[in-house]
Design a protein around this ligand. Structure first.
Ligand SMILES: *[C@@H]1O[C@H](CO)[C@@H](O)[C@H](O)[C@H]1NC(C)=O
Ligand SMILES: *[C@@H]1O[C@H](CO)[C@@H](O)[C@H](O)[C@H]1NC(C)=O
Length: 827
């Protein structure tokens, strides 16, 4: 009895398996033919495949097209048929009807859940569906072997991906518009918030909108060579040819591969960011080749009308020359929504003219008009003759500049580039046009001006000598006084000056018992002023070769920085060769005294750490971008993060950071300042520092905070990687959770922890340009959006010359063994 039963079961098993694995793989779909789950349609060269799929963590099923040869982790789906009507069982079917319509039916109730729309009313006789190697699924008459007259094609109904050869734009004959819409999330292909369109109002331009209306990004008008706002398109490339077609029948953008040995696609990510991705075979990953919205200035209309956004400036917005803020009060607090206006309004008088503004992203062309056959002169005349025309430029700058593009009304969403931007001629009143007639007047003005100048200089000198006298009286008073003195006379230095005696008294004559620690530039002491206020005094090493003017400069700089996540500078003291800085006192000391200490680390649970991470990120963003002075910290590390009584993090020691001017984002230095373990490779090795080297240090810091281990000196029993290397290995293997400090195990929020590690790894990527800016870091930490995959981290391999026996067991709470290196020849 028993053996028969087993046999029977066995037979049944074989039967079941057979029915599951007998998948069909075809090249074409003819009328009335059906494919089921597991079946696929494959393109002739097996580039693409069409079939049923489901996403990670989901039991919803979809019909889609994906790259056949790419199958790491999940399929790379480029098109989804029923994105908004998922199937919930795997008995469903896809059929091509005799009328040439593709239909998906639910296998349980035989209900139709999706069909390819058939707008054409032509009668179909013998339809055939084919998947082409371009990724296009096309339904044609079988007789139409060249596929010249498709009944329907998937390329017209894009999902979130623009593949080579797709036409993004308008068929003006039928009025059909193609556009693509982001997925809801990386696991849900349903239509998300963002869509990419070709807007044909005025001069055509590519835009991304949130919902139907709200524009978030504009690539700018096509100027014959590239989209005006996409600078990278001007770079020579051997992969892609960009085309923009504008005629009576069609307006569309398209790109084609020069060599079809690569896979590249444009994707509108669920976050609303347009990216061009490139498949890298060696790493088996999609690499971000171009990110179209790469910084704050790419966001739509940051600065309001008649203003331009320059990412190298602080603040980023500035009125165009000749224009002034519409609301100076709002402008002052960085509310740029009202933009700028002309100092002298236009009245359409005959003397009005145009001035050339160069290197711009052309303004929004929604309210524009164009004619490709007009000359520049005709264009200028046309703009001048229409009082509502505010600007003009050539509509085509490929080859000889030609064509005419006119703007009416406000000019918005202008961005300033360093070079190779477009030119724009803006209408200005006569007073703003330095015409040739101004030349004659100059000679008359000169004598008057020089007289005025002499007078002014005399007055100023008189004023100076008087003030100096006052100042001397002030310093004399200092000798006896032991209170805080405010140098009210010196308007340049709006910072309290402390007398040396005050500080000697406050710190118990810099007693060793008052010493809080040793920073990169000298010891720090605790002090108590007579009124009971606690302060921290940083006594700068006398060997510091910084001169007095430099020092004053630095101090002024720091005193202007105010942010809740920065330690506040209270004052300074300069006496002979002594230079000191007074800061607010932080009772909880440095973050290092918590996270690297076995008992104290328990005091910081995950939510506290997460708050600290976010606080540091905001402080750093302020230094990098939001403060009027751009500051690179250059020595960001755990021991430079102090905690106030509520455990709020405050970045300290940014005083020594070098300020840098408006357009210097990167600087090369011969003096490397920083701490091993936190230094980015390009800084440690070549002395190149930028805000991205701070981002690197931030990434290290974040990983240390999650793991409770120091990057420097981290030793793992299985391999010789640093903490970063270890984190990278675990991340690649999907085991990031193993990194988390043991003391945190009870308090963690798994998704926050994994996100922090992921963002940390993005920050320590080898190439500075791959690392996110702090704005993105904050966005990434605060959202649930999918994150890009990190590239391999950059390490600085330290060559230890002396004692090499430092190991993880020597982690004390002394910060002495990680003294900042202040002088080191970087080049
Ligand atoms: C464009 O400009 C050309 C040359 O000035 C003119 O002949 C043509 O009529 C214009 N087209 C339109 C639509 O205005
Ligand atoms: C100026 O141009 C606008 C937009 O094309 C048009 O509506 C208006 O009629 C023109 N005005 C004159 C006076 O030509």
């Amino acid at each position: 009895m028993v053996p028969t039963k087993i046999k029977l079961l066995f037979a049944l098993h074989i039967l079941l398996c057979a029915s599951v694995t007998r998948a069909l793989s075809v090249n074409t779909l003819s009328a009335n033919q059906t494919i089921k789950h597991g079946d696929t349609i494959v393109s002739p060269k097996e580039t693409f495949e069409l079939g049923f799929f489901s996403t990670r963590n989901s039991t919803n099923y979809y019909v889609g097209i994906w790259y056949k040869k790419i199958s790491n982790r999940t399929k790379t789906v480029v098109w989804v048929a029923n994105r908004n009507t998922p199937l919930t069982n795997n008995f469903s079917k896809l059929t091509l009807t005799i009328h040439g319509v593709l239909v998906i039916r639910d296998g349980m109730n035989d209900k139709q859940v999706w069909s390819s729309s058939n707008s054409s009313t032509r009668s179909v006789r013998n339809p055939l569906g084919q998947l082409l190697d371009t990724g296009n699924f096309i339904i044609c008459e079988e007789a139409d072997a060249k596929q010249e007259n498709p009944i329907w094609q998937s390329f017209d109904y894009m999902t979130d991906t623009l593949l080579p050869g797709m036409k993004h734009g308008w068929n003006l004959v039928t009025g059909f518009q193609s556009h693509f819409t982001s997925w809801k999330s990386s696991d849900d292909p349903a239509a998300g918030e963002f869509s990419c369109w070709l807007d044909k109002k005025g001069f055509p331009q590519t835009i991304v909108t949130n919902g139907e209306e709200l524009v978030t990004f504009r690539a700018g008008p096509w100027n014959g060579l590239r989209f005006s706002g996409i600078q990278v398109m001007k770079l020579p490339n051997r992969l892609i040819r960009y085309d923009f077609v504008l005629n009576k029948k069609e307006i569309y953008y398209q790109y084609n591969l020069i060599s079809d040995s690569v896979y590249t696609r444009v994707v509108l990510q669920p976050s609303g960011i347009l990216e061009r991705l490139l498949w890298i075979d060696s790493t088996q990953e999609w690499d971000i080749y171009i990110q179209l919205e790469k910084d704050h200035c790419d966001h739509y209309n940051v600065c309001g009308p008649f203003a331009s956004c320059d990412i190298n400036n602080i603040p980023v917005c500035d009125c165009l020359k000749g224009f002034e803020p519409t609301s100076p009060e709002q402008w002052r607090v960085d509310d740029w929504s009202q933009g700028c206006r002309l100092t002298t309004p236009l009245n359409c008088g005959p003397k009005e003219g145009f001035k050339k503004y160069s290197n711009l992203k052309l303004p929004d062309t929604q309210w524009s008009w164009y004619n490709h056959s007009m000359t520049t002169k005709e264009c200028e005349r046309m703009c001048k003759s229409n009082c509502s025309c505010t600007a003009y430029t050539n509509s085509n700058i490929s080859g000889t500049e030609s064509g005419c593009l006119l703007w009416f009304g406000d000019l918005i969403d202008i961005r300033k580039f360093d070079e190779n931007g477009d030119s724009l001629f803006i209408r200005l009143p006569p007073s703003e046009l330095e015409s040739s007639s101004a030349g004659r007047r100059v000679r008359v003005i000169v004598p008057i001006a020089s007289v005025a100048l002499v007078l002014l200089v005399t007055l100023y000198l008189l004023y100076r000598s008087k003030r100096n006298k006052q100042k001397q009286e002030g310093t004399d008073g200092n000798k006896s006084g032991n209170d805080r003195e405010y140098d009210k006379g010196d308007k340049d230095l709006e910072l309290p000056l402390f007398g040396l005696p005050t500080l000697i008294k406050a710190t118990n004559n810099f007693s060793i018992t008052n010493k809080l620690g040793e920073g990169g530039f000298g010891p720090v002491y605790k002090g108590v002023l007579e009124d009971g206020q606690e302060i921290a005094v940083k006594r700068l090493a006398k060997t510091s070769n910084q001169g007095l003017p430099e020092f004053k400069n630095e101090v002024m700089l720091i005193s202007k920085l105010q942010h809740r996540n920065l330690v506040k500078l209270l004052g300074c003291c300069i006496k002979g060769s002594e230079k000191m800085l007074m800061y607010e006192y932080m009772p909880n000391k440095g973050l290092d005294t918590f996270i690297f200490d076995q008992t104290r680390s328990k005091l910081l649970d995950w939510s506290a750490r997460y708050r600290i991470i976010n606080g540091i990120a905001r402080g750093l963003l302020y230094l990098h971008q939001d403060s009027r002075l751009r500051i690179i910290h250059r020595d960001l590390k755990v021991s430079n993060i102090l905690l106030d009584s509520d455990m709020n993090p405050k970045i300290s020691d940014f005083g020594m950071a070098r300020s840098f001017g408006g357009n210097q984002i990167e600087e090369n230095t011969t003096r490397v300042v920083g701490t091993y373990g936190y230094m980015s490779p390009e800084y440690a090795l070549k002395g190149i520092f930028s805000i991205k080297s701070d981002v690197y240090s931030f990434g290290v810091l974040m990983l240390e905070l999650v793991c409770g281990e120091k990057n420097r000196g981290f030793v793992h029993k299985e391999h010789s990687n640093s903490l970063i290397g270890h984190a990278w290995v675990l991340h690649k293997e999907g085991r990031s959770h193993e990194l988390v400090a043991k003391c945190l195990s009870e308090s963690i929020n798994a998704s926050q922890v994994l996100r922090s590690i992921h963002v940390g790894l993005l920050c320590v990527q080898c190439r500075p340009e791959d690392r996110p800016a702090m704005t993105s870091v904050i966005l990434m930490l605060g959202s649930e959006n999918p994150l890009p995959s990190p590239q391999k981290p950059g390490f600085f391999i330290e060559i230890v010359t002396g004692d090499t026996s430092h190991s993880s067991s020597s982690y004390g709470n002394s910060s002495n063994n990680e003294l900042s290196i202040t002088v080191l020849n970087g080049r």
